[in-house]
Every structure is written in structure tokens, then in C-alpha cells.
Design a protein around this ligand. Structure first.
Ligand code: PGA
Length: 259
């Protein structure tokens, strides 16, 4: 059963793309195209653009967020950015544990757990990314990897905290490669994630948490992915950088009110 009690959430992850003026222009053009969408629309822009983006988006149905945060409240951490700073700049959510951060910046499940706690403490909605590499998939370890990512990243959180989060399943081999998981393959993994969540945090939590799929989502595969019972939204990288493709993805779910 789905979509009666879980909202559809589409998130754009811009990574290290677009400056302030490109960001505000994009939001100006995107807003009228997605005004009627029943999806919740989130856009994770670079730090420098958060303030202007939040200002531009304040009268729209687009929410602005960050792609990372520090696990510390404040202190001598050169180059880091705190939850409080992000919140003040206008961020409403934050992506945590993206595979690029895990891979290039050595983020572990333990650090992801600290960052989630920091975000929740500062009323930023965490989008927590998990996903297996190609090597892990080929070795038949997908479920094992995802289970430990979920259990360790969300360790010690209360069910009420977990049900508020967004979980994003992004197979690493599908990110930016043009190879996306088939809707059936993604559905199988999403259902497994809900099983893990049920075992640890109970059925209500598992039914309420939004689980997005990410990895080479495009305008032409968005709808079939969203049609899957346990896929509640999409985390979109490359295709969120163009108005045309991102608005089509956001609007793909309008014709998708099923149960
Ligand atoms: P992609 O990126 O859509 O370009 O594959 C997704 C992501 O990294 O979140």
C-alpha cells in the first residue's frame, strides 16, 4: 500500500553546479512550471546560493536545502558549515551521506549518524543516502550492505525521528552513469529497506518513512519508477540541472495517484 499516507518527494541535487545568479534565474523559471505539482519539491543547491535561493523560493512550493553539514555544532573546524548557519541561510533540509561524500570524503555510517542527529537537533530535515557499489552487487552483498548502512546510520534514533527522515536509495553504479536500476530492481530494494526498518523501528515507522530512488533518473523513467509501490520519490542529479527535464520529472507523479 502506498501514497495514501506517504507524500511523493522529488529532490534536485545540484552538486557543485550553478552560481547565485544561475540559481535564482532557475528558480524563477521553474516555479511556474511546477506550481500545480502535488509532489513536495526540494532543491539542494551549493552553500553560496542557499540564501538567495531561499529568498527566491519563499513564495513558491520549492524548498531549499544543503548537500552536507558538519556534525559539530560550532568550533575550530576550518572550512566546515554548521546546521545553524544553514538554517539561518534558509535551508530546510540537508542531504547526508551521499555516496560521493562517502567515497571522496571518507564519510562513514558513524559520521552520517552524527550528522543526522545534528540536523534533527536544528530542525533540518535529513535526506539520508544509502546504496551499494557494483562490486558489492556482483558479490551478492546488496542487502547486507544496505542493512548495515540503515542500521548504523540511524543507530539510536527513536521511531518518531526515523519516520520524519527521507531515505534515498542510490545504487552507486547508477549515479551519473546513465545506467539506472530497473523499476522492479529498485522496488525490490525499497521493499527490503522497509523490512529492515520494520524489524528495528516497527511497522508504523517503516510505512511512514519516504524512500526515494536516485541514480540516473530522467524525464522518461521517472513515472515508471514512481509507479512502484515502495518508491515514494526521486533524488535527481544531472537531470535537475535543466528546467525542462527537472520540471517533467516533478510533474511525472501528478498522474500517479494510485494505491
Ligand atoms: P544522477 O545523480 O541523477 O546524475 O545519477 C543522482 C545523485 O547523485 O543524487
Amino acid at each position: 500500500m502506498k501514497k495514501f499516507f506517504r507524500s511523493v518527494v522529488v529532490t534536485g541535487n545540484w552538486k557543485m553546479h550553478k552560481n547565485i545568479s544561475e540559481t535564482t534565474q532557475f528558480i524563477k523559471e521553474l516555479a511556474p512550471r511546477v506550481r500545480e505539482s502535488s509532489a513536495r519539491i526540494l532543491l539542494a543547491v551549493p552553500y553560496t546560493a542557499i540564501f538567495s535561493a531561499a529568498h527566491e523560493a519563499c513564495k513558491t512550493n520549492i524548498e531549499i536545502g544543503s548537500q552536507n553539514l558538519s556534525d559539530s555544532e560550532e568550533g575550530a573546524f576550518t572550512g566546515e558549515i554548521s546546521a545553524r548557519m544553514l538554517k539561518e541561510a534558509g535551508a530546510q533540509f540537508v542531504i547526508i551521506g551521499h555516496s560521493e561524500r562517502r567515497r571522496f570524503f571518507h564519510e562513514t555510517n558513524e559520521l552520517v549518524n552524527k550528522k543526522i542527529r545534528r540536523a534533527l537537533h536544528n530542525h533540518l530535515l535529513p535526506t539520508v543516502c544509502i546504496g551499494e557499489t557494483l562490486e558489492q552487487r556482483e558479490a551478492g552483498k546488496t542487502n547486507q550492505v544496505l542493512q548495515s548502512q540503515i542500521e548504523e546510520s540511524l543507530k539510536g534514533l527513536m521511531p518518531q525521528e526515523v519516520m520524519k527522515l527521507i531515505l534515498a536509495y542510490e545504487p552507486v553504479w547508477a549515479i551519473g552513469t546513465g545506467k539506472n536500476a530497473s523499476p522492479e530492481m529498485a522496488q525490490e530494494v525499497h521493499a527490503f529497506c522497509r523490512e529492515v526498518l520494520t524489524r528495528r523501528w516497527g511497522q508504523e515507522t517503516a510505512e511512514k518513512i519516504v524512500i526515494q530512488y536516485g541514480g540516473s533518473v530522467k524525464a522518461d523513467n521517472a513515472r515508471t519508477l514512481l509507479d512502484q509501490q515502495d518508491i515514494d520519490g526521486l533524488l535527481v542529479g544531472g537531470a535537475s540541472l535543466e528546467i525542462e527535464s527537472f520540471s517533467k520529472i516533478i510533474n511525472a507523479q501528478n498522474v500517479n495517484i494510485t494505491c
